[in-house]
Design a protein around this ligand. Structure first.
Ligand code: GDP
Ligand code: IMO
Ligand code: MG
Length: 417
């Protein structure tokens, strides 16, 4: 029986998980997503090929790997079909994509409810991706959701669509929506096209593990967006931490091997909510420009700030990380000095990440010397400029977790080990 390894983001998403999964995927037979939906945007660049994946796992460029969309996800069938078509158009064999029968279906009324909820929150809007993720998880928990298993049962499907839409009649006033009949017809069409991909998700994944297949589990979003442990309510609708991999795939903690945390060398966040190390000045803008920090899904400029070790330590605990991969270190070349947040204070008291949204929160900053050399051609951690080496060593020390890889560019070769 093999153990599954997990790769998760440990900040507010967009750490470079897609790129890291692509690097590791050659050693695995199955790459599995356990949560989220097409709110995720995972970019991979290999030579001239640039992929922006939303729901299909980032192992697609390993032609041997099967790609499994687990039961903890919420999937927009039309979005998935479009993504499969885009992949097929560049010669990728999409018959390798499997969807758990337990995954939930995202429909047009979920996106409309997402928009209506955001409008109702006014100045406190979460800044969601507008994909209907929260409302789809809300239906799941309310036990009215539609699963991929329901696809095989046309009457159940039609009844559930009717019930879900009418339950939201008031909320959806003013939204233009397809009629119930149109929704049902479009799902039936999508269901027919997706039927060959739908599997019994529990039997599928356990069959792989029992046959000693190597399984890599790919996180979406990041620990600080976790619905239970992130900066609630400014979070996504699912458990993004490593524990979510167990519930999202129907496996126990004993089935897990390594837990690798992907961490950007600085911090970014898209949407609203607390961000203690945020830089609202020219330095923040310089980070955004150097790192190309614009959302993959919505194109929004990402908020930028210094590396936050207090948040990092919190995420290490939540995930039980065994190692770290640091990404985008190359982006920091040219900054004269670099800040790292080492702690939070409320008045005279030191406080933990749980207080991140408290009014009056102050951060403790440590300054490290910067470096000017470009890093894109460096291939070993030992060959980094001394200041960059010290920066990585400080992250390792503050998070008490070994760094196994440093990413210094977008290409597969741009790695320092
Ligand atoms: P994900 O959501 O965690 O998969 O991350 P995104 O794909 O949304 O955002 C990360 C972006 O940074 C992508 O465009 C990657 O190609 C890019 N990227 C990843 N690692 C590096 C790196 O080490 N250096 C640079 N310059 N870009 C990187
Ligand atoms: P990847 O996988 C960054 C953020 C949204 C918003 C909040 C809730 O690419 O790292 P939602 O639509 O999920 O209800 O929005 O979560 N968010 C992400 N931010 N990267 C992501 O995914 C995100 N997925 C959701 O911006 O603040
Ligand atoms: Mg992303």
């Amino acid at each position: 029986m093999s153990k599954a390894d997990i790769i998760v983001g440990i900040q507010w998403g967009d750490e470079g998980k897609g790129r890291v999964v692509d690097l590791y995927t050659k050693d695995y037979d199955v790459v599995a997503r356990f949560g989220g939906g097409d709110n995720a945007g995972h970019q991979i660049k290999v030579g001239d090929t640039e992929l922006a994946l939303r729901i299909v796992p980032s192992g697609v460029l390993n032609p041997r790997a099967e790609l499994f969309i687990g039961g903890g996800t919420v999937v927009n069938p039309q979005g998935l079909l479009d993504e499969l078509d885009r992949l097929a158009a560049i010669g990728i064999d999409t018959s390798r994509v499997k969807i758990s029968d337990r995954a939930h279906v995202v429909l047009p009324y979920h996106a409309a409810a997402d928009r209506a909820n955001e409008r109702a929150r006014g100045a406190n809007a979460i800044g969601t991706t507008g994909r209907g993720i929260g409302p789809a998880y809300a239906d799941k928990v309310a036990r009215t959701g539609i699963t991929f298993a329901d696809f095989a049962q046309p009457t159940v499907l039609a009844d559930k669509v009717r019930m879900n839409r009418s339950a939201r009649e008031t909320l959806l006033e003013g939204e233009t929506l397809p009629s119930e009949e149109e929704i049902v017809a479009s799902i039936r069409e999508a269901a027919a096209r997706l039927s060959s991909h739908v599997v019994d998700g529990v039997a599928y994944l356990h069959g792989k593990l029992e046959n000693d297949k190597r399984v890599l589990i790919e996180g979406a979003q990041g620990a600080l967006l976790d619905v239970g442990y992130g900066t609630y309510p400014y979070v996504t609708g699912s458990h993004t931490i490593a524990g979510g991999a167990c519930t999202g795939l129907g496996i126990g903690p004993t089935a897990i091997g390594r837990v690798i945390g992907v961490v950007k060398a600085y911090c970014t966040r898209v949407g609203g909510g607390p961000f203690p190390s945020e830089l609202l000045d020219a330095t923040g803008e310089a980070l955004r420009a150097a790192g190309g920090e614009f959302g993959t899904v919505t194109g929004r400029p990402r908020r930028c700030g210094w590396f936050d070790a207090q948040a990092g330590r919190y995420a290490v605990r939540l995930n039980g990380l065994t190692s770290l991969v640091v990404t985008k270190l190359d982006v920091l070349s040219g900054f004269e000095r670099l800040g790292i947040v080492t702690g939070y204070r409320l008045g005279a008291s030191a406080v933990d990440f749980g207080a991140a949204g408290s009014p009056g929160l102050e951060v403790e900053l440590e300054w490290l010397e910067g470096w000017s050399e470009p890093l894109g051609d460096v291939r070993s951690i030992g060959a980094l400029p001394p200041a960059a080496r010290r920066y990585v060593a400080r992250i390792e020390e503050l998070l008490s977790t070994p760094v196994e890889l440093v990413s210094v560019g977008r290409e597969r070769t741009q790695l320092a080990r």
